[in-house]
Design a binder for this molecule. Structure first.
Ligand SMILES: [Zn+2]
Length: 325
């Protein structure tokens, strides 16, 4: 009988979450100060006739900044993160784009931090393309890229490290409200402090690309409908995927870490450009998801980034998926 030690069990859990990691290569590379071997994670499942593939982009851990939650104290906020067993005073944010195979098309929803950030972060983030390779998805074969909103962690992966298009044959579809807002720098007065710098990045990322704006409430790809979920940014958009009588919601950044912001839906993260509107959207979206027992995919949910939302006291909780079938 194989003895299962606690250490093995922990290693096993990590291996399940991150599908393709070679620890030997990572430690060797770190010792030499070289770029770390790609950290990839792939989680695929079916919804009716549609295949969904989460492609892990990585995570960032950093000290809790002042004012991270603008309407809660730093102590209270730090306590909520520490309750998730994060190191005291630190927080981790993870990133997971989604690839959908529907009606013969390959569709990506958001793109991760990009290969430029992959090199700069020594492999901590920007791994979505490596995860796609692990899932045998060729970026040249991607037909459509759908963007939820224009923050860098969602759009920077539209470009390679050298600035060339990462998905050269894809139609890039962006929310019309988001496009109108971020491409007009006179809107900087309507952006809060953490969003003011975003105009320059939007200009850089979309330079040389030809995105097509779409409206909310429309079928934007086979079986995928856009839904306006504003507040985080003015044109922030979620998507409903439907196939074979089943539905699933892709929430983008309706909430950041579900372990912190679902029990505290009234907390306004510093990234939310309009905190009050983001909260209104969040409550409406989670009331819908819990009433309809709709599986929800979240870009910043811990990998594999999908679960069910339940009402819990004055807030909500995420029941992470074990398997979606
Ligand atoms: Zn984000």
């Amino acid at each position: 009988m194989v003895e299962v030690s606690r250490r093995n069990m922990i290693a096993g859990t990590a291996a399940a979450a991150v599908a393709t990691v070679n620890p030997a290569t990572i430690s060797a590379s770190r010792a030499q100060g070289a770029v770390v071997a790609p950290m990839t994670g792939v989680y695929s499942y079916k919804l009716g006739d549609v295949e969904l593939i989460q492609v892990y982009d990585g995570s960032r851990t950093f000290p809790m900044p002042d004012g991270f939650v603008v309407n809660a104290s730093k102590e209270e906020t730090a306590k909520a993160y520490q309750a998730l067993h994060m190191p005291p005073g630190q927080l981790t944010i993870s990133f997971s784009p989604l690839v959908i195979k529907s009606a013969g098309k390959i569709i990506a929803i958001d793109t991760g931090n990009g290969l430029g950030a992959n090199a700069a972060s020594k492999g901590a983030v920007g791994n979505a393309r490596h995860s796609m390779t692990a899932a045998s998805i060729d970026p040249k074969a991607v037909d459509i890229v759908l963007i939820s909103h224009f923050h860098g962690d969602h759009i920077n992966g539209l470009k390679n490290a050298d600035g060339t298009p990462a998905y050269p044959n894809a139609q890039i579809l962006v929310p019309a409200t988001e496009w109108a807002f971020w491409t007009d720098e006179s809107n900087a007065s309507k952006a809060n402090a953490s969003n003011k710098g975003n105009f320059a990045n939007v200009k850089k990322v979309f330079d040389g690309l030809k995105p097509t704006p779409f409206e909310a409430g429309k079928e934007v790809a086979p079986g995928i409908t856009s839904m306006a979920t504003p507040g985080h940014t003015p044109g922030h958009t979620s998507f409903i995927v439907a196939s074979g009588g089943k539905s699933l919601a892709v929430q983008g950044d309706v909430t950041n870490h579900p372990g912190v912001f679902m029990p505290n839906p009234g907390w306004h993260a510093v990234f939310d450009n309009d905190g009050a509107l983001a909260e209104q959207t969040r409550r409406k979206f989670f009331d819908m998801a819990s009433a309809d027992k709709l599986p929800v995919v979240g870009y910043h949910f811990p990998f594999p980034s999908a679960g069910y939302v339940e009402k819990n006291g004055n807030g909500y909780r995420l029941v992470q998926v074990h398997a979606l079938t």
